[in-house]
Design a binder for this molecule. Sequence first.
Ligand code: HEC
Length: 147
Amino acid sequence: MRRFLIVALLSSSATTACNEVSRADPSNASQVASGRAIYAANCASCHGANLEGQPDWKSRKPNGRMPAPPHDDTGHTWHHADDILFGITKRGMQPPYAPANYQSDMPGFGGTLTDEQIWDVLAYIKSRWSLHARDAQAQIQKQRGSS
Ligand code: HEC
């Protein structure tokens, strides 16, 4: 808890560099707190209570599907702009996020979570990134020009 508050405070310096504040704002403590609970209830079972992902997450499972990747700095969640993270969480791994008929264990949460709850959980995930990862993702976001 203490660590998460410190991270939330530190993040305000990273986001002031951007002109527009993302809808998933890791410096917004109440959004992050809401997202933390949503993450624990909906995402932790696969992506790990500590965002560490499933063991050996880079190797395809025997059934041909990929394991759940970490959402912390060691994964590649922070390589994607906000709207892509939002779309994957809402719709799952389907076009345009994956090839047609791609088989994945990642469920779409559009029927379970509201858009606001999805932004909250993304704010929580971002709050767990290092400032380096957060800055890099903010640049990717900026180049894409939307959120
Ligand atoms: C039943 C297991 C499961 C649950 C629950 C789950 N995921 Fe996933 N998720 C996956 C798997 C598996 C992948 C990898 C997809 C693939 O390549 O097939 C993934 C991928 C992702 C990605 C893409 C990451 C990247 O770097 O490309 C995002 C974003 C994501 N999940 C967010 C979430 C969020 C947010 C939640 C909770 C609201 C959640 N997931 C719950 C299994 C799960």
